[in-house]
Write a protein that binds this ligand. Structure first.
Ligand code: PRP
Length: 191
């Protein structure tokens, strides 16, 4: 963990994954995907809004294959607790029938979101469907889930940055940082 003096948000505790560590891991994932899809000309990276935006846009630049990008918007959280209910707010635009789909999220917590969306997409008959997540909180899983392309496993910290938020704050941090929830509550009340 790297203590950093110039946090733009007063509720940040520590940087737990630095910009450089993210960059290196995204490079590696991009290489893997490039190799795994070398015979595909119908690859779509399908990100879940909004947390995955930074990850998708960095990752797609590291995949040296023809590809398209699409997004879905789903909701699964109220503040910092997971409800287990996943609502589709906005569906993807392209037809994925016969396409090689990589479903991308920023973080897997309980696993409800990626699991529910994966099942929904399977019914739309893609040629293949794999999952990709930047972060995985393994000890929080409530459903069995396999992530094909994983950035980092992390402990059960509340984290923000690189797309992840606490009540919409912190998404613009270029690294992953832990949140001091007591300080957050002093500043903003309960999240
Ligand atoms: C977060 C995160 C994942 C999901 C993970 O989304 O981006 O999609 O929760 O939780 P789960 O594994 O317990 O289902 P959120 O609803 O906070 O939306 P956001 O991406 O806009 O931040």
């Amino acid at each position: 963990m790297i203590p950093a003096p110039n946090y733009p948000y007063a509720f940040i505790d520590h940087i737990i994954i630095s910009e450089e560590e993210i960059r290196q891991r995204v490079d590696t994932l991009g290489e893997q995907i490039t190799n795994d899809y070398k015979d595909s000309d119908k690859l779509v990276l399908l990100g879940l809004l909004r947390g995955s935006v930074m990850f998708v846009t960095d990752l797609m630049r590291k995949v040296r294959r023809p590809l398209t990008m699409d997004f879905m918007s789903v909701s699964s959280y109220a503040g910092s607790t997971s409800s287990g209910f996943v609502r589709i707010d906005s569906d993807h635009k392209s037809n994925i029938h016969g396409w090689d789909v990589i479903l991308i999220d920023d973080i897997v917590d309980t696993g409800y979101t990626i699991n529910t969306v994966r099942k929904l997409l399977m019914d739309r008959n893609p040629r293949s469907l794999k999952t990709c997540a930047l972060l995985d909180k393994v000890e929080r899983h409530k459903v069995e889930i396999d992530i094909d392309y994983l950035g980092f496993s992390i402990p059960d910290y509340f984290v923000v940055g690189y797309g992840l938020d606490i009540d919409e704050k912190g998404r613009n941090l270029p690294y992953i940082a832990s949140v001091n929830l007591e300080r957050y509550q002093d500043l903003y009340g309960k999240s």
